[in-house]
Design a protein around this ligand. Sequence first.
Ligand SMILES: Cc1cc2nc3c(=O)[nH]c(=O)nc-3n(C[C@H](O)[C@H](O)[C@H](O)COP(=O)(O)OP(=O)(O)OC[C@H]3O[C@@H](n4cnc5c(N)ncnc54)[C@H](O)[C@@H]3O)c2cc1C
Length: 550
Amino acid sequence: MPLFGLEELSLSYGLNHYSIDGPLRSIASALSLDDSALESLGRYVGREVLEVSYRVDIASSPLLFNWSIRGERTDFSWLDPMEKVVLERLLLEYGVDKEPLVRGAWAGHYASIYLIADPGISCILTLNMQTAYALYKYSNTVLRDYWKRLVGARRPLAFGATWFTEVQGGSDLGANQTIAESLGSGLWSLTGYKYFASAAGIADVALVTARPRGSRPGAKGLSLFSVPRVFDGKLNYRVTRLKWKSGTRAVPTGEVELLGSRAYMLGEQDKGIYYVMEDLMVSRIANSAGAVGIARKAYLEAFLYSLIRRAFGKKLIDHELVKRDLLLMEADIEASLALSMKAATLFESSWQDRPPYTSKYHYARLVTHIAKNITAETSSRVTAAAMELLGGLGFLQEFPIERWHREAMITPIWEGTSNIQALDMLEAMRKKRAHLELLRDAERAASEGYDKGFASKLLGHLVEEVKKLGSMSPELVEFYSKDSLRTIGSILATIELERLASIADERFHDVAMAYYEYFVKGRLPDRPREEVLWDIISLRGLLAEYGNRI
Ligand SMILES: Cc1cc2nc3c(=O)[nH]c(=O)nc-3n(C[C@H](O)[C@H](O)[C@H](O)COP(=O)(O)OP(=O)(O)OC[C@H]3O[C@@H](n4cnc5c(N)ncnc54)[C@H](O)[C@@H]3O)c2cc1C
C-alpha cells in the first residue's frame, strides 16, 4: 500500500506519459524531436507534476499577501512549495522553455506542454515563454537580456506575465484605457487597471498594453510595454486581489492597479497590437497542445478504468458501446494533436518575421486560429466523455478525472474566445489572403497522403469549403464562420493524419478514416476489425507499461 503516492486515486499515475503515448512518439519521430528529453519529461509529468497539480487544485491554491512583516506593501502570491519545485525543475532541469529562443526549436516545446497538460502550470510556463519572446524580439532596453532568466538559460530564474485585458473588454483590446506618459530617456509611466492578470504576484516582469497619451483610439493606438515588478527598489504596481476560479488554480490570476508604474516600450510606438498578436500565437499554440494534453490525461484514466471495471458480467472494455466511445475519443485526440503540432511547425518556420510580415507568417497565424478552436472543442468533448465512462466516480471531486473536465473549460475562453478565433480566421483569409497558402500546402500534403484517393477527396472538400466562405455576404460569412472553421479545421486535421500515415505510421490512416466519418461527415465510421480497433484505442505502448499492474 503506497504511503505517499496517487496510485489509489489515479490509474495513470506513475506511468511514463511519453513512452505509453504511441501517437505522440510517432509524431515526435517524424519531427525529429529529442526523444530522450521527452522520455525523461514523460516520467516526471506522470508522477510529480500530476500529483502536485492535483493537490494544488483541491487544497493549495496561491495566496495573496499584500503587506510584509516590515510594514511595506509587497503584493506577492505565495505558491505551494511543491509547485515551486515543479516549476523550477520544468524550467531549469527539463528546459521546457529553453530551446525555442536558443535554437528556434518550437515543436519540442509544444510537445512538452502537451505532456504537462495542467493548464495552471502550463500557463506559468507559457507566460514566461511569451514574455521572453517579446523581450528577445522587441526590447532594446535594460530588460533585453532578461529573456534568458525567463526561459531558464540563466540563473536566477524569473517569471513573466502578459496583462492586456481590462474590465471593459478582453476580446476588444482596442477599448484599453490604460494611459502611458513619456518620462523621457525611454522611460514611461503607466496608469490603469488590468482586470485579468495571470502570474500576478509572482511575475518579475510583465508585458502590458497601454495607449500613449495622444495616440489614436482603437487597437492601432496601443503600444506594448515591459513593466518590472520592482523599480528603484519599490513595488511598481499593486495586486489588488486574486480571482476565484473553477480551474487553472496553480496560476494566481488577479487584478493589477498601475499607478504611474515605470515601464519600457517594446519595439515601435503604436505597433503594440501587432506584437500582442504575435505573442498570442505563442500562447494559442500552447493552448492547443495543452488542450489536447488535457484530453489525453482524461482518456488515459477512462481507458485504464475500462480494463478494470466490470458491468453485466464483463469488463467495460468488452462492451461494444465502450469500444465505440474510446475509438471516437482517440480519433478526436489524435486529429487535434496532429493539428496542434502542424501549427507548431508552421510557427517554427515563421516566428522571426516582423511587421508587415510574409505570407508564411499569415498562414501560420491562420492555422493557429483554427487549431485553437478545434483542440478546445476536443478537450471539452473528450473530458466529458471520459467522466461518463467512469460512471458516478467521474463526477466526484475525489478523483482527478473530474478536474480534467473543469480544466478543459478554460481552453475555448482565454487567449481569445472561439468567436474571436473564427473572426480572426476570416480576417487572415480576407485581408491577408492566407487561404491561398493554406490550399497550396494542403495540396502538397495531400500529394504525400497515404491513401491518394482519400487525400484527393479531402482536398476537394477543403477547396469547396473555402470557396463557400468566399461566396457569402459579409453578414452570412460572420454568422457561419465558427462552423466553417470547424469544418476546415477537421479536414485539415484529417489531411495531416493522412500525411503522418505515409511518413510516420500507417496506423494514422485508420484513425483518419474514423475521424473524417464522424467529425466531418457526421456519421458513425465502419467498425474497424478488432485488432485495428484495439491498436487504435490502446495507443501502442500503454498496455505494455500498464500490463504488469492489471
Ligand atoms: C483564468 C483566466 C486567466 C486569464 N489571464 C489573463 C491574463 O493573464 N492576461 C490577460 O490579458 N487576460 C487574461 N484573461 C482574460 C481572457 O483573455 C478574457 O477573459 C478573454 O479574452 C475574453 O474577454 P472578456 O472576458 O472580456 O469577454 P468579452 O470580450 O466581453 O466577451 C464576452 C463574449 O462575447 C463574445 N464576443 C466578443 N466580441 C465578439 C464579436 N465581435 N463577435 C462575436 N462574439 C463576440 C466572446 O466570444 C464571449 O463569448 C484570463 C481569463 C481567465 C478566465
